[in-house]
Design a protein around this ligand. Structure first.
Ligand SMILES: [Zn+2]
Length: 284
């Protein structure tokens, strides 16, 4: 089984997680830029973080044969802090980098006017840089957030086939499908979507434009829930080819629109060094 996790925050995970993921079949990931828990107070904190998403984290992943890509954006939560707004000005130089496969995650947290502005501005950047966009739907008031996100996308000039609308559930899947965007589902250990609920959605709505991720982050989450969902699909009678489509070919097709996916086996991980360090030798 080969797995592509299209939305996982590896910054918040341990090296042991990479080991377990690789063992479960995870061969590629996309790590979207997001908030880091502690509010950032200046744009420099963002550039250091973005540099780590395109430098250090791909290196860490490569130790385990996992291909790492990133999406870059000012996240919806911090869009509300005027001190973070200048980040919009540094995005263009990151959106030109090789490992950056989309603008994201953008969208709404509390649906404020500041979020409106930053969301629209970043969809414009996606158009300008010829990249797809990863759109986060809010966890509170999800129905209204989904509706409003789709309206902003429709106005942006970015085609629906270039948009992945994420964190969907039973309530929002149909509306998103009808809009023609790609459909992302984050599977969690004990809240929101579970592997069994995901299988029901796939039964009901089919496999087209469907993506499954573990979204693993600072909260209680599990980077192996992509593999658990694949197993639940097989147990429910889906074929190995169905699993490959949802867990590998769909994310490859979506992010492949960037022209920047790099899924070759690559050099032997043991030979890689990063800034003179080898984390295989303890990193010091
Ligand atoms: Zn996320």
């Amino acid at each position: 089984m080969r797995i592509f996790d299209p939305h996982i925050h590896m910054t918040s995970r341990t090296t042991d997680d990479y080991r377990r993921m690789a063992g479960a079949g995870v061969r590629a990931v996309v790590e979207p830029a997001f908030w880091l828990g502690q509010p950032r107070t200046n744009p420099g904190s963002f550039t250091d973080y973005f540099d780590s998403l395109v430098g250090w984290e791909p290196f860490r992943a490569a130790q385990f044969g996992v291909r790492h890509h990133a999406t870059i954006a000012l996240n919806p939560k911090e869009a509300n802090d005027p001190r973070c707004r200048p980040v919009l000005g540094v995005l263009p130089r990151y959106l030109e980098k090789d490992g950056v496969v989309a603008v994201g995650e953008v969208g709404y947290d509390a649906m404020t006017p500041a979020e409106d502005e930053v969301f629209a501005a970043q969809l414009e950047l996606a158009v300008a840089h010829d990249l797809p966009a990863l759109v986060h739907t809010p966890h509170r008031d999800k129905e209204r957030g989904t509706e409003r996100s789709l309206a902003v996308v429709a106005e942006s000039g970015l085609g629906p086939e270039r948009v992945l609308l994420d964190h969907l559930n039973e309530v929002t899947v149909e509306r998103a499908r009808d809009a023609g965007v790609w459909l992302g589902f984050s599977i969690y250990p004990d809240t929101k979507m579970s592997p069994d609920r995901m299988v029901e959605i796939l039964r009901r709505y089919g496999l087209e434009r469907m993506l499954v991720n573990s979204a693993a982050d600072w909260g209680h989450s599990d980077p192996l829930l992509t593999a658990r969902t694949a197993e639940a699909m097989l147990a429910a009678g889906f074929s190995a080819d169905d699993v490959d489509r949802v867990l590998w070919r769909n994310p490859v097709e979506f992010y492949g629109q960037s022209g920047r996916l790099d899924l070759d086996a690559g050099p032997d991980a043991g030979e890689l060094t990063f800034a003179g360090n080898s984390i295989l030798r303890g990193g010091s």
